[in-house]
Ligand binder design. Structure first.
Ligand SMILES: *Cc1c(COP(=O)(O)O)cnc(C)c1O
Length: 393
């Protein structure tokens, strides 16, 4: 009921709303992706890299001091321990193996904060494939360390100088490049967004998170099913990975944390389901923040990874059907939760992941409840943000 249908839709959301010129590229993917990723030889290559290169399975850690603090049973799914520090590598490795098997010779990607760019550049270095990452000129300025990482890894970082010179302009440039190089280039999208089949493809690559969780929970609690799974949503790939194998188990409550920035009514927010309406974004029908005449509203969040005006179509469907419960977390709530996790557990979470942790302050759980937080990434990249934040304001 929550998986994509043959036409690429999740309920009313999804599809492939793309320019004619892009049709051959997307159609080739649509026809090939399932055949390739379900083949034994693909699975073998992917699983081996997840194990030896990424370091999977990522641990499921019982956080005893956080559990004591919140008087419930809290487990952290440690995606922060993956190579490159977050869940994004699961997807870029899956897509690059797919690209190789489609005979592609070159990879392009777009990136906002640089996290997806680094994960893509990493996969390209591993596979010896040329990598071009489009990035808004303004973002290149703001995200120096990630730009330097990508270049050290051998990627070419191309500034997008049109419009607001941020993510949306980088996306346009990458699309243009793909249209002009349909035969030899694969475009690696970084979340469960974009035209079908990207959302489904990315969801499948990230689904290893919940696959491992089932086994780990069975060992630790005697049941595969937790009472709650909590994850943050930018585009929604880490959440989809954590939810995937539980979508059809209604006894498992799924909780989403959206970034509310300075507050829902502040005009500086990225809480898509609370502020948005249905529309078309990046090639699919979904929920997005827009003005009355349909212009995309510039989002804001303290965490670069959640600073996105839409959500993946599958999440729009989970919202509409109320399968998942969508919460909004302000910058301040996230920062406080991130600091608490650091000081109680010795784990500094990415500010994105801190939004998921902050749900623990908003909701009351029973002392016997098993609550899994998907810790999507580590906080090393966010040290400046933590240090400069005024917690007393
Ligand atoms: C990119 C990123 C996110 C947001 O992306 P999703 O596709 O919503 O998962 C969340 N956490 C971290 C650490 C990230 O790097």
């Amino acid at each position: 009921m929550y998986q994509v249908d043959e036409k690429g839709f999740y309920g009313q959301f999804g599809g492939a709303y793309i320019p004619e010129m892009l049709y051959p590229n997307v159609e080739e993917l649509r026809q090939q992706y399932l055949k390739i990723i379900e083949s034994e030889s693909f699975k073998q290559e992917f699983d081996l890299l997840l194990k030896d290169y990424v370091g999977r399975p990522s641990p499921l850690y019982f956080a005893s001091r956080l559990s004591h603090h919140y008087q419930t049973q809290i487990y952290l799914k440690r995606e922060d321990l993956n190579h490159t520090g977050a869940h994004k590598i699961n997807n870029t490795l899956g897509q690059i193996i797919l690209a190789k098997r489609l005979g592609k010779k070159r990879i392009i990607a777009e990136t906002g904060a640089g996290q997806h760019g680094v994960a893509t550049a990493t996969a390209c270095a591993l596979m010896g494939m040329p990598c071009i990452v489009y990035m808004g000129a303004v973002d290149i300025d703001r995200q120096k360390p990630n730009v330097e990482r990508m270049r050290l890894l051998g990627a070419e970082v191309v500034p997008a100088t049109s419009g607001s010179q941020t993510l949306k302009d980088a996306t346009n440039e990458a699309m243009r490049h793909w249209i002009n190089n349909p035969e030899d280039t694969h475009y690696i999208i970084g979340s469960v967004v974009g035209p079908h089949p990207f959302p489904d493809m990315v969801a499948r690559f990230q689904s290893v998170i919940s696959l491992e969780m089932k086994q780990q929970l069975l060992e630790k609690t005697g049941s595969e099913d937790p009472n709650y799974i909590i994850a943050c949503v930018g585009g929604g790939s880490n959440a989809m990975g954590a939810f995937y194998h539980y979508l059809d188990r209604p006894q498992v409550n799924l909780i989403v944390a959206e970034a509310a920035g300075l507050g829902l009514k502040s005009g500086e927010s990225a809480a898509t389901t609370h502020l948005g309406k249905p529309g078309i974004l990046h090639g699919s029908k979904t929920i997005l923040m827009q003005t009355n005449d349909g212009q995309v509203v510039e989002p804001y969040s303290i965490s670069a990874g959640l600073d996105y005006p839409g959500i993946g179509p599958v999440h729009a469907h989970l919202f509409e059907t109320a399968r998942a419960d969508f919460n909004y977390i302000t910058d301040k709530e996230a920062m406080i939760a991130g600091r608490l996790c650091s000081q109680l557990e010795g784990i500094i979470p990415a500010v994105e992941s801190a939004h998921a942790l902050a749900v623990l302050d908003q909701r009351k759980f029973e002392s016997s409840d098993v609550v899994v937080i998907n810790l999507s990434g580590r906080g090393d990249k966010d040290m400046r943000t933590y240090m400069n934040y005024n917690f007393d304001d």
